[in-house]
Design a protein around this ligand. Structure first.
Ligand code: FES
Length: 281
């Protein structure tokens, strides 16, 4: 495929002629078998479109024209309906994608913590802008929105696996390792980095067996839980519909905490008002 780097708005709309070439018979047979397994999970065929798009992406590395046709035929949809969905979600690529999608989070918290510097450095290092791919087909670079990993900011994702607490230097080393084929391990999650096609197959609903590997919740995510354990804090349990009540000793603990905070806040406010009054005199 020769469309790495074709990133303009018109590039997204471009369908390369070869993307319409029919699948080889053995590939088509396997696709049909997998599609049947996906469709069987849903009461209505068309509901299977999202995993089906991941399935064809796991074969082509992007949503090729023939993938759109395959999904439309399998689900009784028009190609326009399939394309409308494929162009709506950013996880579906309309041009050949690299083996590794490197997403630098530049949303608010990561940006403040250094995400913007990471983006600038890696973008310059790879000579890529948003959604562009290196000429060797290894890396597609993206700006991404919050990954729900703000406690490890700044965060970089590779095919949606987490690389926590990154720096410009560590991210440059990461992309260099990915390009050279050196072993790379996410901070949390599986013990090896999967490729874009492998990840797409998992998203289609075919587990790779790696879901329980490695660290799940990292230390920063568990601090609140540790504090709660230390103080024996528990969430109130509902005792009847519409009524949230905790056992008496827990209610007292929570009430005491809140009372203390309220008193401290009220005292601070009163002091601020006094200071304000004196300043105005
Ligand atoms: S802002 Fe980057 S993970 Fe939330």
């Amino acid at each position: 495929m020769e469309h790495y780097g074709e990133q303009t708005a018109s590039g997204f709309l471009h369908v390369a002629p070869e993307s319409k070439e029919p699948y080889a018979p053995d590939v088509l047979a396997k696709l049909a078998e997998d599609a049947a397994a996906i469709v069987a999970r849903y009461p209505v065929k068309r509901s299977a479109l999202l995993p089906m798009l991941h399935l064809v992406q796991s074969v082509d590395g992007y949503i090729a024209g023939r993938g759109v046709t395959f999904c439309a035929d399998a689900l009784g949809l028009s190609e326009a309906e399939v394309s409308g969905v494929a162009t709506f979600y950013t996880q579906y690529k309309r041009h050949p994608n690299g083996d590794y999608t490197v997403g630098v989070c530049t949303n608010t918290l990561c940006a403040i913590m250094g995400g913007d510097q990471i983006w600038d450095t890696v973008s310059e290092h790879l000579d890529l802008g948003h959604d562009e791919t290196t000429t060797d087909g290894k890396i597609t670079l993206e700006r991404v929105e919050c990954n729900a990993a703000c406690d490890f900011a700044p965060v970089v994702m590779v095919n949606w696996e987490f690389y926590d607490n990154q720096t410009p230097e560590s991210t440059v080393a990461l992309v260099d390792d990915l390009r050279s084929g050196a072993p790379v391990k996410p901070t949390r999650g599986p013990n090896r980095q999967c490729t874009f096609k492998e990840m797409s197959r998992v998203l289609a609903g075919f587990p790779d067996g790696l879901a329980d590997e490695g660290v799940g919740a990292g230390p920063a995510s568990l601090i609140g839980l540790e504090v709660a354990h230390e103080h024996d804090w528990r969430a109130p349990r509902p005792q009847s519909a519409g009524e949230l009540m905790a056992p008496e000793h827990e209610t007292v603990t929570l009430k005491d905490e809140r009372t203390i905070k309220t008193e401290v806040a009220a005292e601070s406010l009163a002091q601020a008002r006094v200071a304000d009054t004196k300043a105005g005199e």
